[in-house]
Design a protein around this ligand. Structure first.
Ligand SMILES: [Mn+2]
Length: 592
């Protein structure tokens, strides 16, 4: 195991300053003391006034309104914000319709020159949260029909094709934080929709929006927005401190074990967002519709039959929390099932010979899972992975997913693959993206990418904030680091430390192996926990050595359990060697 310091090993004077310096952020005191003055006035958005007046006009007219739900977590959250807001105004909800996309489409679908997916018959206003800014074709069709359109979006506005019909009988209002006018472009669709309902509150002199902040928070986290922006960060923290939505509360309860008793952005990203993502990826239309109902109506009851029990009526939000957990588990199982087969193939064909693994997974992995499987493999092989899948309609074409090794030192895998010139498509993020390539180019792409990556030392190990000798690690340091618990997020990545010379006496009382193939022990009043994911061989080896000398890399925190504040290191990675006992600890029998 390798690790290196991100900056200075300065934990004695100002531990939080070092952490902020290591992340290239400014003064931490300025950041953690942010407040209401960092929240922007929603009227700073271009078109906000027009948008508010447009919705108000339709509310007063008792218009027919349709909400188009975008196919991901942020789409669910932003649509639920606007729906719940209108509901709280006391509007006749029979006048409101909505729809989810069948698949992973985004935006207003146009089919044969007509608006697809929902009926425009008798419709007065279409609201599109989290999408729709650049759907010019659809804007024109709607304009001709005299249907008003309100877009609450955060996606880049594509300039081309922007000639718009401005029919006299129609308004198109685009409110988008990416148009260069609003001072914060790091809001998600739910964040922008939140600012819109804030402006509505102002206009109508109501106080409804504050109760919808939880949904905005989860949208911001789910869309991985940059939390170094103070407004986005603060809105998100505030939302998580005041969760009201019954579906979100039911999900938290259902996942109590992994979430624990304190919620922060990281826990939402790892325990809540994946449930919505899995449902968007593999859920049926009916399941997605029920998720939206569960987010917006806490009175619906459905019949649920527990195995071996009589059917009973439960709230839809409870049932969906259960169903979403099941959808996610089903997805996890499918990923898990593929892994041993792929590992076998990698071994058999020696695919691990270079600094990148290319493999054809057409027979083993469904297209909706290639990204998730690639992600598991990068972690397992500690190197970049490219998974290819033959296109169903054209076996000479491959699609697929690329993932970089998370802890490696290759900065932009996407660019390296693009530069081979062999791919028809490489699109997404620097280190997580989709690809398209013709079969004839795969070998050349593999050779070129392997060559380009030759110089890299792929396993660079962990970047840590501090390296402690176990004798130096005091509870006080962990308490200070834990002050940032609510701040850990995208852009303010959790603090990692290395602890050296951790000597563990392997008695049953002190060294515990957990059911989920993990272990825990306590040294110097600090708990060290590896919750799961240790190989059986490794666990055996550890259990068979009398005294161990461990080096661990982990995340420090204070764990509140039953009112006790317990310092804990969550182990990310570790290595150990059996140690010999100190002579002073030996019994006479052991010595002679
Ligand atoms: Mn979004």
């Amino acid at each position: 195991m390798e690790y290196k310091l991100m900056g200075k090993n300065n934990y004695e004077s100002d531990i939080l300053k070092t952490i902020f310096d290591n992340r290239g952020l400014g003064d931490y005191r300025d950041f953690i003391s942010m407040g209401i003055e960092d929240i922007n006035d929603p009227s700073l958005f271009k078109n906000m006034q027009e948008g508010v007046e447009l919705l108000d006009k339709h509310i007063l007219n008792k218009s027919r309104i349709h909400i188009l739900i975008d196919a991901d977590l942020d789409g669910f959250m932003s649509s639920a914000i606007i729906f719940n807001y209108i509901k709280e105004l006391g509007y006749d909800m029979d006048l409101i319709t909505w729809n989810n996309h069948e698949g992973k489409q985004h935006g207003i679908q146009v089919v044969d020159g007509e608006i697809g997916e929902f009926s425009t018959q008798g419709l007065d206003l279409l609201i599109v949260p989290d999408a729709g800014s650049s759907d010019y074709k659809a804007h024109n069709i709607l304009a001709e029909k005299g249907i008003d359109v309100l877009i609450l979006d955060h996606h880049n506005i594509e300039e081309d094709g922007m000639e718009k019909t401005h029919a006299d009988n129609h308004s198109l209002v685009v409110i988008n934080c990416q148009d260069g006018v609003y001072p914060n472009n790091t809001l998600s669709g739910a964040g922008v929709t939140m600012k819109f309902v804030e402006a509505m509150d102002e206009y109508l002199d109501k106080e409804i929006s504050i109760n919808l902040l939880d949904l905005a928070a989860i949208g911001n986290i789910g869309d991985m927005m940059d939390m170094t922006n103070k407004e986005t960060h603060l809105l998100t923290q505030m939302g998580l401190k005041n969760i009201k939505n019954p579906l979100i509360l039911a999900i938290i309860k259902k996942n109590e074990f992994s979430i624990g008793d304190k919620l922060n952005m990281i826990k939402v990203a790892f325990n809540i967002a994946p449930l919505f993502n899995a449902a968007s990826r593999v859920g049926t239309l009916e399941e997605k519709d029920n998720i939206f109902r569960a987010l917006t109506d806490d009175t619906i009851k459905v019949e649920y039959t527990k195995r071996g029990c009589k059917p009973e009526l439960v709230f839809l939000y409870e049932d969906m929390a259960r169903q979403m957990t099941n959808i996610k588990s089903k997805q996890d199982r499918q990923v898990k099932k593929a892994l041993p087969i792929l590992e076998e193939k990698i071994k058999e064909k020696n695919l691990n010979r270079n600094n990148i693994i290319f493999m054809d997974v057409t027979k083993h992995v469904e297209s909706s899972f290639t990204g998730l499987v690639a992600n598991k493999l990068q972690d397992l092989y500690k190197k970049p992975i490219l998974l290819l899948r033959q296109k169903q309609n054209n076996p000479k074409e491959y699609g697929g997913s690329g993932r970089n090794y998370k802890h490696g030192n290759i900065e932009d895998l996407q660019k390296i693959l693009k530069d081979t010139g062999c791919f028809d498509k490489v699109a997404g993020h620097d280190n997580a993206f989709g690809i398209g390539i013709t079969k004839g180019n795969v070998k050349k792409a593999y050779d070129m990418a392997s060559k380009a990556l030759e110089g890299y030392e792929v396993h660079m190990g962990h970047d840590v904030d501090f390296i402690f000798d176990v004798s130096e690690l005091k509870m006080d340091y962990i308490t200070k680091i834990d002050q940032l618990f609510d701040f850990w997020s995208r852009g303010i990545e959790e603090c990692k430390i290395a602890v050296e010379n951790v000597r563990v006496e392997n008695t049953e009382k002190n060294f515990k192996v957990t059911k989920r193939k993990g272990f825990s022990f306590r040294v110097g009043g600090i708990s060290y926990v590896k919750a799961y994911g240790v190989s059986s061989e490794m666990l055996d080896k550890m259990q068979n050595s009398g005294i161990m000398n461990l080096t661990v890399v982990g995340k420090p925190s204070i764990n509140d359990f039953a009112g006790l504040r317990n310092p804990q290191i969550d182990i990310i990675d570790f290595e150990f060697e059996p140690a010999v006992k100190d002579i002073s600890d030996m019994t006479i029998e052991e010595l002679f």
